[in-house]
Design a protein around this ligand. Structure first.
Ligand code: PMP
Length: 441
């Protein structure tokens, strides 16, 4: 450094020492030597002092005091379906989204192996620049066919699908109205878009209608976002009503079918089949490959213009790697098997209904669940939900507690996910164990 620059630096440092400094975290690229950060409180430099870390520590401490093990991040040693091997023990499993039992099916595994043998394990970059594999187009065509839509596009993550689609499609002059229980991925996408975002009460089209009457005219585009099957409650929206409202108010309607595709409708074709509505009555069909379709990733199905726009410009598609072939291939195989073996969907419907009816007969509070793959048992207290989950796990039954703040404290619950391979005996064993645990608690 030249003498004059060194001199200038010393003068600036001396000036800075005299000036009171705000207690803000140093910005990225701040090149001052460490001793110059003396006025920054120590806690602002430590990850273990971050409020998010402290929240986790608080939950852990609460669980420790109740003598409970951490119910999260359990390690499944084999295939997680109706049963699973956890901690060296075979358990009944009600904590996976393997609704159609297709993850682990030898034919699906083979599809993954064949794809890997042909294309290797990575497609290395964005499909736009690094090129497509035949499986990409085949998968997207099959999804578009399943929806009777003009086209479909598949992203590497379900979460990224919502973030990118909402974040890209909507802008600061637009309005997003969403069910208050919408998934985090849609919320993050809505925030990213800069659009005005308003939540309406869960499954309440009248409240949506009132919001539209009040706000629609102030905005350019308006998007309504709902889910096909809500994963906390196992209930569904009154789709025809939402369609009628969105038409009247010249808004777009987006349905997230993460949990409803493969589950609802006689052939598992989702909310559209459940209500018998035309595909184009909904503007944006979104779904994931990670649940019924036994893979990983997400998709959007709809008009050619919508899909083309996302394919060329949505950041999570354009700037992110394409689906690896060994992930796309099993999802496509699962979609084909779902259509060839409709008895899987029928068995899922049957066992889910059986669970719901038995639980109701035992006077358990199953909320608004319609008995399609997702049935909560609401127990009204987070510590109780955690204790029940622990007690069931001790008996070889794996079910997740849903605790405050994920849900309001009074609706803390156990959440049961059904798989078409569950048997009535397994359901009976589980509900009997739950009743016993409730009595003991
Ligand atoms: N939408 C909904 C409704 C979800 O429940 C989830 C995750 N469970 C996602 C989107 C994100 O999907 P993925 O986990 O496949 O990224």
């Amino acid at each position: 450094m030249s003498a004059s620059r060194e001199d200038l630096k010393q003068r600036l440092l001396a000036q800075a020492r005299r000036r009171p400094r705000p207690a803000a975290a140093p910005s990225v690229g701040d090149a001052k030597p460490p001793e110059e950060h003396g006025a920054v409180s120590e806690h602002l430099t430590r990850f273990d002092a971050h409020p998010a870390y402290q929240q986790i520590a608080l939950i852990r401490e609460g669980a420790r005091r109740l003598g409970l093990s951490d119910p999260f991040f359990k390690v499944h040693e084999g295939i997680a379906g109706a049963t699973s091997r956890i901690d060296g023990r075979d358990c009944l499993n009600f904590a996976s989204y393997n609704y159609l039992g297709l993850s682990g099916d030898p034919r699906i595994n083979q599809a993954a192996c064949d794809a890997v043998a042909r294309h290797g394990t990575s497609v290395s970059a964005s499909r736009m620049v690094a090129g497509e594999r035949p499986i990409h187009g085949e998968l997207e065509q099959a999804i578009a066919e399943a929806y009777q839509a003009e086209d479909a596009v598949a992203f590497v993550s379900g979460h990224a699908t919502n973030v990118s689609t909402l974040g890209y499609l909507m802008g600061p002059r637009d309005l997003i109205l969403h069910d208050e229980y919408i998934h985090n991925s849609a919320l993050v996408g809505a925030q990213l878009s800069g659009a005005r975002r308003i939540a309406f009460p869960h499954n309440d089209p009248d409240a949506l209608e009132a919001l539209l009457a009040r706000h629609r005219h102030q905005f350019e585009r308006t998007l309504i976002v709902i889910e096909g099957l809500y994963s906390m409650d196992g209930d569904v929206p009154a789709l025809p009503r939402f369609i009628e409202i969105k038409r009247r108010h010249r808004a777009w309607l987006m349905v997230d079918e993460a949990h409803s595709f493969g589950v609802l409708g006689q052939h598992g074709l989702g909310l559209r089949e459940h209500f018998g509505v035309a595909s184009e009555a909904v503007d944006i069909w979104m779904g994931t490959l990670s649940k019924s379709l036994a893979g990983c990733g997400g998709y959007i199905a709809g008009s050619r213009a919508l899909v083309e726009m996302l394919r060329y410009l949505a950041p999570g598609f354009l700037y992110s790697v394409g689906l690896p072939a060994q992930v796309a291939a099993p999802a496509l195989a699962a979609l084909r098997l779902m259509r060839q073996e409709p008895e899987r969907v029928a068995r899922l419907h049957e066992i889910s209904r059986y669970f719901l009816e038995r639980a109701r007969a035992l006077e358990l509070d199953t909320g608004h669940s319609i008995g399609a793959a997702v049935v909560p048992v609401i127990v009204g207290s987070s510590p109780l939900a955690a204790r029940l989950s622990h007690a069931l796990y001790e008996q070889g039954i794996n079910v997740q507690p849903i605790l405050h703040p994920a849900v309001p404290e009074q609706s803390a619950r156990l959440r049961f996910f059904l798989c078409c391979d569950h048997t009535p005996q397994q359901v009976d064993t589980t509900l009997d164990a739950l009743i016993t645990a409730l009595k003991e608690a």
